[in-house]
Design a protein around this ligand. Sequence first.
Ligand SMILES: Nc1ncnc2c1ncn2[C@@H]1O[C@H](COP(=O)(O)OP(=O)(O)OP(=O)(O)O)[C@@H](O)[C@H]1O
Length: 262
Amino acid sequence: MCELLTFQNVSVAFHKNTVVHQVNFSLKPGESLGIVGESGSGKSTILKAAMGILENGGRVTEGQILFQGRNLCEMKEKELRTIRGAGISMIFQDAGASLSPIRTIGEQIHESMSAHQKISRQEAFQKAMGLFEKLHFQNGERVWNSYPFELSGGMNQRVGIVLAMLMEPPLLLADEPTSALDVAVQKQVVQEMKRLREEFGTAEILVTHDIGVVRAMADRILVLKEGRVVEYGAAEKVLTEPEASYTKELLAAVPRLRRNPG
Ligand SMILES: Nc1ncnc2c1ncn2[C@@H]1O[C@H](COP(=O)(O)OP(=O)(O)OP(=O)(O)O)[C@@H](O)[C@H]1O
């Protein structure tokens, strides 16, 4: 099967400071990649590079990022805008915070869909209800009519996932999607991301500190240290027989209980 996303020898710098060094990986449709590494290792930068949203003078200085065979680094902003949302979508750690506080969830869903296609409010409602149902949301209609402040932080985060999936993009990038949530909601979000893969065949890149989340979701794992890949391979292999001493340290830092399945 042909690759959905490929990072070929990608380096990223902010001004003259290179923070991601010659990173290589690729992702097939429907695959899930977990990127782990300590704070500042460049995980979010890799996702932002793939979305074309590096801020503050950040840019890809070397290599190429291919999405469905096309080099994202050479695309104009207008072209990138058509890919964002419909081709590649992203959820952030605090997706709730990016919702507008003064508009209902329904209004925001309708607006988000209108950015890509001509769609009536009623059609957007139907589409959202279908997605809510697939993700096993209860009270979809109540959520649609609510303002973000009327919902819990966990529910707003789940709405963030719905917003990211409205256009059914083949690739979802998730930056610490569970780390601001309490344990019960974390489980729900992990379940929902798994359902997205089952329902839509969505490929996912998941950046997280939480090895438990990676264990639950990733087919492959990429371990990053100071912007360099130190290990990349099948999740089972990396988690049970890590080769790099840095990966061993990362795994050792996770309390044993959380590393044992079940
Ligand atoms: N907008 C920016 N301007 C300048 N430097 C940046 C910017 N964003 C990130 N960096 C630098 O790039 C490096 C990688 O940061 P990045 O946020 O990608 O790491 P991370 O692994 O995602 O960390 P965390 O887990 O804390 O989110 C860091 O040294 C950081 O200071």
